[in-house]
Structure formats: C-alpha cells, structure tokens
Write a protein that binds this ligand. Structure first.
Ligand code: UT7
Length: 332
C-alpha cells in the first residue's frame, strides 16, 4: 500500500554538441540517407567525442538542470538511480560518480540495466521508494553513450544509436497527481536477438573477444521489431484496462525512440493524433535508456498539470512495459 503519492517535479536533459548525420554515415558504411529515413525515421544523432568524458558527464549535466529548475539542493537528494548499459566503468556504479559530481553527498545510489526499458524500470523503482515513505527526493537518470559500444563498420546498428542523458527529480506529490501504475515485463529468451556478449563474466575481454567484435552491440532487427510492437501494445492495453481509461483520455504518449515505424504502429493502434505522441528520434536516434526522459525534456513546456501520460518502451533482455502517470506541475 502506498503511503504517499510520487510525482516528477523537474526534468533535465543533455545531448552532446557533435552531430553524426545520415550523410556522414554514407561515407562510413554502405548505406544512404533515404534508406535510413524511410526504415527508421532518423536523420542525425549526437555523439560524445570529448576525450575523458563518458556517461556520467552527460548524466551530471542533465541532473544539474533538473535540480536547478526546481531549486533543489543536491544535499537533499537521498537516492540516485542511473539506468544505463554504458556505465563509465564495470564498477563502481556510475550513480556514485554522478552523486559525487553533483555534490549529492548524502545520497546512495545504484546502476540499473534493462537496456531500453531502463528508465521505465528506474522510474517505477524510484516512485515505489517514494510511495513507501522511505525517501522524499530521488533522481532517476537514463543515460547512454551508445557510441562507446557501436561498431561503426556495421550498418545494421551504427545508423540507429546516439548518445544522451535525461533526468527526472521525484518527490512526494503535493496533490493527487503523479505515478499511478506500471506494467513491466522481462523475457530472457530475447537475449539472442539483442546483446553485447563480450566483457562480462561469460566472455571476459580478451584478444579473441576483441577480434570477434564481441564488445559491440549485436542486433537481429526483425524479431526485435516484431516483439517491440507487440510488447508495447500489450503493456499499454493492460495499463488502460487496469485503470479504466479510454484511449481518448490519453494526453501524451511517451514512446521509446527505436524506430519511427514502431512509434507509428503504436500511434495507429492507440488511434491517437500524432500531436499527442512525443517524438525526437529524427534528431537523437536511439539513445537507449535516455529516450524517454529526453522526450520529456523536449516537450516539458507543453505539459500541463493533470495531463495523463503513458510511457512505453521495449529493449534488450527482452524487457518492456508501460507506465501511467499524471503530470504534477504546469511546466511553462
Ligand atoms: O531499442 C531497442 C529495441 N530495438 C528496436 O526496437 C529495433 C527494432 N528493429 C528495427 O528497428 C529494424 O529491424 C531495423 C531498423 C534495425 C532494420 O530495419 P528492417 O526493415 O527490419 O531491415 P532488415 O534488417 O530486414 O533489412 C532489409 C534490407 C536488407 O537487405 P536485403 O537482405 O533485403 O537485400 C539489409 O541488408 O536492408 C538492408 N540494410 C540496409 N540497407 C541500407 C540493413 N541495414 C541497412 C542500412 N542501409 N543501414
């Protein structure tokens, strides 16, 4: 039983300045702008190219913006949840580095995987922590520096991914708005279709794993596409049913940005006008754990107190799900 209601009270984001356009990629692999736009909707992505800077750098910038917007002292943050598949290092967790850089010295924190569903899982975890009464202020960050694990000779993956970070501050809600429900799933049978095999305890990094390019993302796109469409639809349906909501009641859909064709299928299924669906895949590509909070960052000014938002994502694992929450503040 929830003692308190949890709500997002601020949003921050960060994308690196360097752009990698479809035309740049045409010079690197056998692809072309028309194919990429028609098959994915992506025009360009951002790449973090500054030496010595990694996921924590982007996450800290996103978190600083969220804290500043809402006038929150970093010392009041109690937990930092960092969803990422590209931590700065295998250990310690990037959440610890982020807390240190923010001056959030009273916080504990941890990294959470779950690939493209990482932010959904992190947001649910953070909201449940707040609801329990154990914590009052939590940062949930989705960040990925996908350029660090992409093979820029593999046209099937290098055209898809980009770098970025988004952050939300969670607090106890001042009214009835905030987190309502989550429907989350996992299926380990999906591991064969989307993974990075090298560098874990199964295949520790060696000359052999590097030679075999096991330290890069592998994706068999078609089965992932099919499972993504069906997983996101089913989870969203469950959320609507469970909360006695009609499709017409949705004010905003916040979908994972993996492929514009997946987003369009979901939009058609929900019979929702395109203006109600947050999209930035054309500019950032797939930033894995960062896609959902970067959507909030881009659309924040349009959000009004009481708006009904449905988040949905699908990723490696497989992992997927949907969240329903109502927006807790007038953003403009
Ligand atoms: O974020 C985590 C979850 N991930 C997703 O949700 C991604 C799901 N999958 C997808 O979005 C799509 O499957 C992709 C965008 C990855 C690929 O699109 P597709 O329509 O499924 O293409 P395909 O892999 O079936 O390939 C179609 C053709 C192939 O040629 P043939 O065999 O038909 O002659 C590919 O070799 O397109 C070719 N192709 C390319 N051509 C130009 C594959 N990649 C490229 C490329 N440029 N970059």
């Amino acid at each position: 039983m929830a003692i308190y209601k949890a709500a997002i009270s601020a949003v921050g984001g960060y994308v690196p300045e360097t752009k990698l356009t479809n035309f740049d990629l045409e010079k690197m692999v056998d692809t072309n702008n028309e194919w990429i736009i028609s098959r994915t909707g992506i025009k360009e992505r951002r790449i973090l190219k500054e030496p010595g800077k990694a996921s924590s750098f982007m996450a800290v910038n996103a978190a600083k913006e969220a804290l500043k917007k809402n006038g929150t002292d970093p010392l009041d943050i109690e937990v930092v949840i960092c969803a990422t598949v590209t931590p700065d290092m295998r250990f310690p967790d990037t959440a610890n580095t982020i807390a240190k850089e923010l001056g959030a010295t009273n916080a504990w924190g941890f990294d959470l995987g779950a690939a493209c569903s990482g932010f959904l899982f992190g947001l649910t975890t953070g909201c449940r922590f707040i609801e329990s009464g154990a914590y009052k202020k939590i940062l949930v960050i989705g960040v990925d520096m996908m350029s660090s694990i992409i093979d820029y000779e593999d046209r099937s993956t290098c055209i898809l991914f980009g770098d970025g970070a988004g952050c939300v501050l969670l607090e106890r809600s001042e009214d009835d708005n905030g987190f309502v429900d989550a429907d989350l799933h996992g299926d380990g049978n999906g591991a064969q279709y989307l993974n990075m095999r090298g560098g874990g305890s199964l295949l520790p990094t060696s000359a052999e794993t590097v030679k075999n390019k096991d330290h890069y993302v592998f994706q068999d796109g078609r089965p992932v596409f099919k499972a993504a469409v069906s997983g996101m639809k089913t989870a969203t349906n469950t959320i609507l049913d469970r909360n006695n909501m009609t499709k017409e009641e949705i004010d905003w859909v916040v979908p994972h940005q993996a492929n514009m064709r997946i987003i369009n299928t979901l939009t058609d299924f929900l019979e929702i006008p395109k203006e109600k669906v947050m999209v930035n895949i054309d500019r950032y590509g797939n930033t894995t754990a960062a896609t959902l909070p970067l959507c909030l960052w881009d659309y924040e000014k349009q959000l009004k107190k009481g708006d009904k938002l449905i988040f949905t994502a699908f990723g490696g694992g497989f992992t997927w799900g949907s969240i329903y929450l109502t927006w807790a503040y007038d953003s403009n």
